[in-house]
Design a protein around this ligand. Structure first.
Ligand SMILES: [Zn+2]
Length: 203
């Protein structure tokens, strides 16, 4: 795996070249311009052939036992963060996909993370409606496709809460961004994210 170490963006965790000295609190151009999807995001490794070889069997092949090392890696990814959150929330899966797959891979990752952090997990305050797969769409199309799929069904459990979202992969950040919008509208006070891997585009 291509593990993400320092230096990285202090907000979104974007990895910089190892020999690049950016001072104490480096920000990537996206976060420097105030466009970070969440209050902070951390990922354990880069989305590439190596991480994909673990992710795909885990997500689509029933290799649920992979959640063990993947969640441990995600806890490692949070090592330099003061994780001051109230609730851990896996990114919801639409019921249709949940029944087909039999499990939400994000929930499998979120449970051990919540346990280690000693924080409650919330798997039912937000619902997701089914939309056909996003395929290889670009960032704008992904954002349009995800818009409006989430709804808060238990606002009492969201209001005033600092929420750590958990997912297997961050691609463009569109899912996190949309979920944050819905959670903040329901009164959440902060929304953070942790994923096993993330797509790293050249910036
Ligand atoms: Zn950043």
């Amino acid at each position: 795996m291509n593990w993400i170490d320092n230096p990285k963006c202090i907000k979104c965790g974007y990895p910089f070249p190892a020999d690049l000295d950016l001072g104490g609190a480096p920000l990537c151009p996206t976060c420097a311009s105030g466009k970070c999807e969440l209050d902070w995001i951390r990922s354990a490794c880069v989305y590439d052939d190596a991480s994909r070889s673990a992710m795909l069997p885990f997500k689509h092949g029933g290799r649920v036992q992979y959640a063990n090392f993947m969640s441990r890696a995600m806890i490692w990814a949070l090592r330099d963060i003061n994780v001051d959150v109230d609730v851990v929330m896996p990114v919801p899966l639409a019921n249709r996909r949940l029944f087909k797959r039999g499990y939400n891979q994000a929930t499998l990752l979120a449970r051990p993370i919540a346990k280690v952090l000693g924080i409650n997990i919330d798997i039912d305050s937000v619902r997701r409606i089914h939309r056909p797969d996003m395929g290889h769409k670009n960032a704008r199309e992904r954002a349009e496709n995800i818009h409006g799929v989430f709804s808060v069904v238990c606002p009492d459990k969201i209001r005033g809460k600092r929420i750590l979202l958990v997912d297997d992969v961050m691609t463009t950040g569109a899912t996190f961004s949309e979920l944050r919008r819905v959670l903040m509208r329901a009164g959440a006070s902060a929304v953070y994210g942790v994923t096993f891997c993330r797509v790293v585009r050249a910036i």
